[in-house]
Ligand binder design. Sequence first.
Ligand SMILES: [Zn+2]
Length: 122
Amino acid sequence: MLIEHKVCYVPGTRIISNLYKQPIFLSIMITYKQLCFRCKKNYVLVSGRNKFPQCYECQKKEMNKEIKDKKMKKFFDIPEEFYKENAFLRNIKVYYLRTGELSEKQIEAFKKTVNNLKKEKK
Ligand SMILES: [Zn+2]
């Protein structure tokens, strides 16, 4: 269900100059609210395609499992509110807890998202 959607430009997106008649590349991220697929009570803010969005409440239990790897523990040590408001960060953490690994791309995307959230808070 699409209740509200906003279009925002991802910070750091490179806009190629049209001086040389090159196309302008803009990556657009659309975020919208979707009903949690598990409890069907809370809305989840999702960006991109997410068929099975879950709210913070539903993922909390799974997310609070102990991380044994010290490096990863530090990696996931971000303000709890970030997890509350960002479904992507929750999914990465849950994915790590399930599989015990993350790809470099996932790590990069996680860091980028955290940095963007930090900027927003300022
Ligand atoms: Zn839920």
